[in-house]
Design a protein around this ligand. Sequence first.
Ligand SMILES: NC(=O)c1ccc[n+]([C@@H]2O[C@H](COP(=O)([O-])OP(=O)(O)OC[C@H]3O[C@@H](n4cnc5c(N)ncnc54)[C@H](OP(=O)(O)O)[C@@H]3O)[C@@H](O)[C@H]2O)c1
Length: 334
Amino acid sequence: MALSDLELNSGTKMPIFGLGTWQSRDESAEAAIDCALENGYRLIDTAYVYGNEALVGKVLKKHFDSGKLKREDIFITTKLPNTANRPESVEKYLKKELASLGLDYVDLYLVHMPVGLVELSEDDLLPTDKETGMALFDPDSDHVKLWKAMEEQFEAGRAKAIGVSNFNIQQLQRILDNCKIPPANNQVEIHAYLQQPELVKFCADNKITVTSYATLGSPGRVDFHEALGLPKAEIPDLMENPVVVEIAEKHSKSPAQILLRFIMQSGIAVIPKSVTPARIKSNSEVFDFELSADEMASMKALDKGPKARGFTMVDIFKGIVDHPEFPFHDTLKA
Ligand SMILES: NC(=O)c1ccc[n+]([C@@H]2O[C@H](COP(=O)([O-])OP(=O)(O)OC[C@H]3O[C@@H](n4cnc5c(N)ncnc54)[C@H](OP(=O)(O)O)[C@@H]3O)[C@@H](O)[C@H]2O)c1
């Protein structure tokens, strides 16, 4: 089964494989993006909140200037921060992000989170009440009005496609019921333990492509939680799972390659993050083998449902569960 690019409802195509860059910073991020482009990666996933769009732009410029890459060879995804989930902020942030990236357009612009935060300043990405420690939410975030502003950016040509991230079925349905341009993509946590079959089917039925994040279980969350003084992050043992390890041995591949291939073979894009050159290279070696129907069935059987969600956001944004657009009540009930 050859894996192909995903067709977006905007008429453009998105690579099914790319590089994630959350927590990629400074020289290591620059080297990682450079290494990825040298190894054939053609999709880079970034975001305003990752603080590395200028680094992505710097490496892209190097590849454009040297003639190794043309703008149309590369697919750039970035995201509106949740401190900007209001119509009047969308154009301001996208223009700022394009300036950092050194680009005239992005290939895909996503609303990063369905929950909005107040904007205290353009640099304060986690506005918090100093006394209570509670995140300062914007109770008025209205997805329908916000989406209209996203559509305007598509129409202005600053984004070749528009989509969302961390949206559940009800939130997607509300946009679909009220939009001119439907979302092209929903970027969500998906891995062998959290396969989200209902959401994936809903997206397929509505021609919304899906991107998996944390496909490898996001082991880097341990450092992130530590840096913010949050409770220790629990990381799923995906790469040590005996079923995954056995399939990996059969194909002479690594567990990471099996986890990525499984999701891609399910028609979902993956964006594994690494700043380690050997991993960047090996993660991309997922096009030269195929999982059999039996192996796909064994991988599907690993699904644990919503309780396996790592990115509930409840530790990071204190009080998020009470926001009307908190998308992960299924995990809290599981
Ligand atoms: N939309 C959203 O809300 C959202 C949320 C989370 C992530 N994302 C996007 O999705 C991307 C991927 O998610 P993620 O970064 O959380 O998790 P991930 O890709 O599952 O895991 C990345 C972590 O795994 C390590 N790693 C990478 N390849 C490996 C390998 N072959 N063997 C062992 N360890 C390996 C990396 O370490 P080293 O870097 O040290 O090699 C890094 O710590 C992000 O970077 C970001 O672009 C989006």
